[in-house]
Write a protein that binds this ligand. Structure first.
Ligand code: SF4
Length: 707
């Protein structure tokens, strides 16, 4: 903790790990090192921080892994050498111009991150969509929340999280599915735990094939078979209808699609659904009873639903439960997707996916395209969606994409079937890697390396899971010649000869972004850094006249669809994942562990965090381990048709028989590429959201025997 005698300055900022968005007070010591504590006045965390947040400042204080200056090579056979910013950006602009001239604007792409600040997201989208003339700009948020984006849009008319964190203390039933918030959104979950402790009648239903720490306060754990979420949600929907626990007024006057939905959910008997899900009928009935009796009902989910070949359908089937019960737009009720990354929501605001435009505008809508185009004054915006995350690497592989610019993410650890991604990057004609850490596997394939400033080394804004925008100050100088990501992009845009990128600071970008939201459903026009600094945070939409944000959406039961009614979607109940078979009889599911973050470029620097779980592992049920003669800590080989992973076994009854689990975080950083989980994950993606199927992959497991 901070020693007040040594502290010279305190700064309010926001934790840059998960989408909970906890407030922190950072103190800069006289020797320029940072210290921090939870912000007791912040509405999100009220002073609390989890293990990762408590140790965030160490990731800035330890600069041993930082990239310090631009590097470049003039051809693939040459080593990288130190160059000036001008040289790096001039050459990259020349290469991009050549490719664009020769092969068209879709021959280049940007792949960015949910950890980018909103200003960074905005400026790179403006450059690509508005000036280069391609929508080949996608983000690693594609890998974690694009199914939720589509789910909200198809149900509510726009990608809009209706709820706020203060609804937690007003709810009396939580249906938590495909999420382990006790580990992955810890401070949010502390609020649920505290609420349950004070109100023991509050019902907590957890849906997960694994017993996780989140289950410790569960009234009911539905340990379903992987991939059967739609079946379960439909069965609960059917029971709610049968029990009369639906809101007829809401269904009749504020929604569409109920009759077709009803037919769908009645197409399976409860017995059939229970069998498919591997659950007891009585447990499904109890879940429906808890939801039906609730006055405030929150459905809460994250990657377990989103990362699936039927991720959109899983989202829709869940949101339907809130709609048929009319539990939306009211205090203590609503569907609530938890965003994984700190600024996945901010990225969505600026249209940071290959198929979106700024301020939730539609790429396919000519009026929306014209609005954005006129505002930017650049080239004509292409109506065709750009390449998504996995499609970019396919396009590099087949040669149609020539150049990729990777910002603040490590696809060679996080993409599915990662060995193919590695081959694709090897084939790329030109690779730019904009990074803070020298540990990213991507650096080995870079033609240009651009050193970026990290958290606390640049200013900007982020938006958390409840639409809460916060300002993050620059507290210390970035090391060496590293620059803020937005500055790198707008300097590059200038080198390309584009006008409209002569920003003097980040706030000018922010103000431009807020102006583009005017008269949309996420309107934050009029919001400034000064207001954010004064108010600490503001939830969009921002009501300028009252100088206040908006806690919850749809309180007037008017939705963003053309009819103003919510859509109860009829969702087919078909799992499209590749079923286990004789060669690959187990279902692999992947996920996070408590003290690591994504590809560990930051958390692996913190000794305390590495102590929690020291290395990757395979979770396997004792009966499966017995059959395979695997003992605790034996090295196991996990094989799929895509590749192989070798890690030690952790035998536990926490996982269902026939299912195995690998943490997602491990790779070459403090390891080797044989413990990289995504060597084996499936190439399947959801047909609409294009989100990969990380939660279901057919694998074989065996004990490793030394040759
Ligand atoms: Fe940071 Fe998330 Fe932990 Fe809060 S819960 S301290 S935002 S990692």
């Amino acid at each position: 903790m901070s020693n007040p005698k040594n502290s010279s300055h305190n700064f309010s900022s926001t934790c840059s790990y998960c989408g909970v968005g906890c407030g922190v007070i950072v103190s800069k010591e006289k020797n320029n090192t940072l210290n921090l504590k939870g912000d007791t006045h912040h509405p999100t965390n009220k002073g609390m921080l989890c293990s990762k947040g408590l140790n965030l400042h160490y990731t800035v204080n330890d600069r041993s892994d930082r990239l310090l200056y631009p590097q470049m090579r003039y051809n693939k056979n040459m080593p990288l050498q130190k160059v000036s910013w001008d040289d790096a950006l001039n050459r990259t602009a020349a290469v991009f111009k050549t490719f664009i001239q020769k092969y068209g604007p879709n021959s280049v792409a940007f792949y960015v991150s949910g950890q980018c600040l909103t200003e960074e997201y905005y400026v790179v989208n403006k450059l690509m969509k508005g000036f280069i003339g391609s929508n080949n700009i996608d983000t690693n948020s594609r890998l974690c929340m694009s199914s939720a984006v589509v789910g909200y849009k198809m149900s509510l008319g726009e990608d809009s999280v209706p709820i706020c964190y203060d609804d937690i203390e007003l709810a009396d039933c939580f249906y938590v599915t495909g999420a382990n918030p006790a580990w992955c959104h810890p401070i949010l979950w502390r609020r649920v735990e505290a609420h349950k402790a004070l109100n023991p009648d509050t019902k907590i239903i957890i849906v997960d094939p694994r017993v996780t720490d989140t289950c410790s306060i569960a009234d009911l754990h539905l340990q379903l078979n992987p991939g059967t979420d739609v079946t379960l949600n439909h069965a609960i929907g059917r029971l709610l209808i049968e029990n009369g626990d639906i809101d007829i007024d809401f269904i009749t006057n504020h929604s569409e699609g109920f009759e077709a939905y009803k037919q769908m959910v009645f197409s399976k008997t409860l017995e059939e659904s229970a069998l498919i899900c591997g659950l007891a009928i009585a447990d499904i009935q109890l879940a429906a009873q808890y939801i039906g009796e609730a006055k405030g009902f929150i459905s809460m989910w994250t990657m377990g639903l989103n990362q699936s070949s039927i991720g959109v359908n899983k989202n829709l089937s869940l949101i339907n439960l809130n709609l048929i019960t009319g539990k939306i737009g009211k205090p203590g009720s609503g569907p609530f997707s938890l965003t994984g990354q700190p600024n996945a929501m901010g990225g969505r605001e600026v249209g940071g996916l290959a198929n979106m435009l700024a301020a939730h505008r539609d790429l396919q809508n000519p009026i929306h395209r014209k609005e954005v185009q006129d505002f930017w004054g650049g080239t004509q915006i292409d109506p065709k969606p750009g390449l998504t995350a996995t499609e970019m690497f396919d396009a590099l592989d087949n040669g149609s994409l020539k150049a990729i610019w990777i910002i603040c993410t490590n696809p060679l650890l996080s993409l599915p079937n990662v060995r193919q991604a590695e081959q694709a990057l090897k084939k790329a004609k030109y690779v730019v890697v904009q990074e803070i850490s020298n540990k990213s596997e991507c650096l080995a394939y870079a033609d240009v390396i651009l050193p970026a400033a990290g958290w606390a080394e640049k200013e900007g804004t982020m938006t958390n899971s409840e639409r809460r925008i916060s300002y993050l100050p620059k507290i210390v100088d970035a090391p060496g010649e590293a620059l803020p990501d937005a500055e790198i992009i707008y300097k590059f845009a200038q080198k390309m000869g584009f006008s409209g990128f002569d920003y003097k600071n980040q706030e000018e970008i922010f103000i431009e972004h807020t102006r583009l939201t005017a008269n949309t459903n996420i309107d934050i026009s009029g919001l400034t850094y000064d207001i954010l600094k004064k108010e600490k945070t503001v939830q969009w939409p921002y009501i300028k006249k009252k100088n206040k944000g908006t806690e919850r959406l749809f309180t007037d039961k008017s939705f963003y669809t053309p009819s103003k009614k919510a859509i109860i979607n009829t969702v087919p109940d078909v799992n499209k994942s590749e079923a286990p078979n004789e060669d690959f009889p187990f279902i692999l599911t992947t996920g996070r562990i408590r003290d690591q973050w994504h590809t560990r470029s930051k958390t692996s620097k913190v000794n305390k965090l590495n102590q929690h779980i020291k290395q990757s592992f395979l979770e396997i049920h004792p009966d499966d381990a017995f059959k395979l003669q695997i003992k605790e800590d034996d090295v196991t080989i996990i094989q799929s048709k895509f590749g192989e992973v070798r890690v030690k076994a952790k035998i536990t009854k926490s996982i269902k028989q026939g299912v195995v689990f690998l943490p997602m975080h491990y790779g070459k950083i403090l390891g080797n590429d044989l413990n990289r989980t995504n060597n084996v994950t499936s190439t399947l993606v959801d047909a609409i959201s294009k989100e990969p199927d990380f939660k279901y992959c057919a694998v074989q497991v065996s004990k490793y025997k030394k040759p």
